[in-house]
Design a protein around this ligand. Structure first.
Ligand code: F6R
Length: 640
């Protein structure tokens, strides 16, 4: 065991963990440690031998090292680096190679001697790999071993590319990538089928010999695997658990990646809690799930046996706590997502007045509206509200190339049938066909192809919104510029997007805004789309009176749902509404069967949507509330 854990709070944690507010602060501190190591070594006239990782996680560390070099004179002249891994096979000049990655993020911007840089060679003949790996290890050993090793963690629990099943004493070698790892990499390669199946990686034994090991993880996406690595049993199923055996390892996490650790997720199990209303709600719902009982049947004994005796004493008797939480959950349920006219709304999620509300649903991609809140969308329209929908981006990235040809053929044939000149279209078609035939994975499409793909999605979005009952003039295809701009430049201004959104909001003057509240991927389109809406609303609040009556509701994207204790409005769907919603999703034909970016979930979007809403309904039922077919969930973002 790495150390004696004396703190109560962290008693489930089997290695040292430091949690930072965000990945930026954490990255700065890691970069500072690396810089100190380099300088200490330099002062002694020695070289620093550093193991490096690639991927999204270390990018900010490298950016800070580059800054330290440029602005504070940190020199890498005496630094020798060994990268953890490289895909196999892989040409060093390929966009996805780790050589390209390291040059782009670090080596091209610092004064390192390229002869001191080592990255496993993805171009070797298979037969030459074993000897190459032995030599890679020998070089590290000859230099006195790694002073420092930087690590990320994959969702399989891999470190380097040591996938589940790797031995604790494994050395540098050729490995087969796990399917989940390849799916996670599929965006970089333009589809999982283009991701190599193999990689050359340093072994766990190699990593282990480093004198200091820092594993970093950001984002709630990593929270589950981080919990297993930190609190789980040591097992080859989660190779990162081997790090528990090291005396010089530390995990550096942001709050999102740490969120599943016991001290944050269920703090009552390890420490005395401050029992505020949100913690009580979370704990009681957790308890009901843990003992598999409805809330109103929870007993004092259940509380005492699950770390909640303090709550029972401070706020009990427990039956009163149970009733209070039950009522809170009951009050989240409403069949009137736009407010119930002429009803007492003191215990309802939405206001009764005005009875007919102006509503705008923002959909980051053209199908998020129906996938994530299709039932509520249909209900709002059915209940007579003045509903608008705004498709924020064209979503052109997610359309298959062969659909482009199909639609162009349709357009040409149609125009020909009218006996109209088509030579321009014929030429465009020929060029497009040639481009697609020679297209490399992840190559950016021509402007014309992007337009056709965007139009395909526009047609589908309009069909979906019409199906939900909207008139054409309430359907807005914003086509925000940041979406395509991001493909060509790193410019991060969203000013034109914000202006466009403000203009639309001014036109609609909504009482309700629905937006996708997906914050798991800080660089993802959903997060950017949300930030644009928020910025637009914040600015409008300075000048426009109607904003005082405007409530912002968040729904979740296609993947995760809010946790039950977070939900503030739960809209139940009847079996018929579930089917209507399904048909609205079916209007998005280009995304059906096999979307271009399925992510890590093989289910079709409509299946995911239905599984998610029926799961929420099941959870409400299990807690002792009514048994519905499906529930769509929302939380309210307070603008004040
Ligand atoms: C990269 C590597 C991998 C990554 C891990 C996390 O050299 O060896 O173990 O550290 O897959 O990847 P990101 O940081 O992209 O989430």
């Amino acid at each position: 065991m790495a150390r004696l854990n004396l703190l109560e709070e962290t008693r489930f944690e089997k290695l040292p963990v430091s949690v930072y507010k965000n990945s930026r602060e954490a990255s700065l501190s890691v970069a500072a440690r690396i810089a100190t190591l380099i300088k200490e070594k330099q002062a002694k006239g020695e070289q620093a031998v550093i193991g490096l990782a690639t991927g999204a996680t270390p990018v900010q560390v490298y950016a800070e090292l580059v800054r330290l070099h440029r602005e504070e004179g940190l020199s890498f002249k005496d630094v020798i680096t060994f990268n953890l891994d490289e895909y196999y096979p892989m040409q060093p000049d390929a966009v996805q190679s780790y050589v390209t990655f390291m040059n782009k993020h670090l080596f091209d911007h610092i004064d390192i001697d390229k002869a001191n840089v080592h990255i496993p060679d993805g171009t070797l003949d298979l037969a030459d790999i074993p000897a190459y790996c032995v030599e890679y290890e020998r070089k590290i050993t000859a230099l006195g071993g790694l002073d420092f090793q930087l690590l990320g963690i994959g969702r399989t629990g891999h470190i380097g590319f040591n996938e589940p099943g790797s031995a604790p004493n494994s050395g540098t070698r050729l490995v087969t990538l796990d399917d989940l790892t390849r799916r996670d990499a599929s965006r970089d390669f333009g589809g999982k089928e283009n991701v190599p199946t193999k990689a050359i990686t340093m072994g766990i034994g190699t990593i282990f010999k480093a004198r200091e090991i820092i594993l970093m993880a950001w984002n709630p996406v990593k929270a589950e695997i981080v919990k297993k690595a930190v609190e789980g049993e040591i097992s080859s199923d989660v190779p990162a658990t081997y790090l528990q055996l090291s005396d010089h390892v530390e995990f550096i996490l942001d709050e999102g990646a740490a969120s599943e650790l016991t001290r944050f997720n269920t703090p009552w199990l390890v420490t005395d809690c401050v029992w505020d209303s949100q913690t009580i709600k979370k704990a009681v719902i957790w308890l009901a799930e843990a003992v598999d009982k409805p809330i109103l049947k929870l007993t004092e004994e259940d509380y005492n046996n699950h770390g909640m005796a303090q709550l029972a004493t401070e706020k009990g008797p427990v039956y009163n706590i149970n009733i209070d939480i039950f009522n809170q959950l009951q009050h989240t349920i409403t069949g009137w997502p736009g407010g119930k006219p002429n009803a007492d709304d003191s215990q309802r999620p939405e206001r009764a007045v005005p009875a007919k509300k102006n509503v705008i649903i923002f959909s980051p991609h053209p199908d998020d509206d129906v996938i994530s809140m299709g039932g509520t969308f249909i209900r709002l329209a059915d209940q007579g509200h003045n509903v608008h929908v705004a498709y924020q981006t064209s979503g052109n990235t997610a359309v298959w190339d062969d659909d482009v040809l199909r639609y162009l053929e349709f357009a040409t044939d149609f125009i020909k049938s009218l006996d109209v000149e088509t030579s321009k279209l014929d030429a465009l078609y020929a060029d497009t066909r040639k481009f697609i035939a020679a297209k490399k994975p992840n190559q950016i499409d021509t402007e014309e192809i992007r337009t056709v793909k965007g139009l395909i999605r526009k047609g589908e979005a309009i069909a979906g919104a019409r199906f939900a009952g909207l008139p054409d003039e309430h359907i807005h295809f914003q086509n925000l510029p940041f979406y395509d701009r991001g493909k060509f430049s790193k410019e991060v201004s969203y000013e034109d997007d914000v202006q466009q959104t403000m203009e639309l909001l001014r036109k609609v003057k909504p009482h309700q805004v629905f937006a996708a509240g997906d914050f798991a991927d800080p660089h993802g389109t959903h997060k950017v789309c949300f930030d644009i809406i928020l910025e637009a609303l914040v600015r409008l609040r300075q000048t426009d009176e109607w904003t005082k009556d405007c409530w912002l509701w968040l729904y979740r994207g296609a993947w995760h749902e809010f946790e039950i204790h977070e939900i503030e409005m739960a809209v139940p769907l009847s079996p018929q509404e579930v089917i209507r919603k399904r048909h609205a999703i079916f209007k998005h034909q280009s995304q059906k069967d096999l979307p271009v970016f399925p992510g890590d979930d093989a289910r079709e979007f409509w299946v995911r949507a239905e599984d998610r809403t029926s799961e929420t309904a099941r959870k409400y039922d299990a807690l002792g509330l009514a048994d519905y077919e499906a529930i769509e969930a929302f939380i309210r973002w307070k603008l004040d």
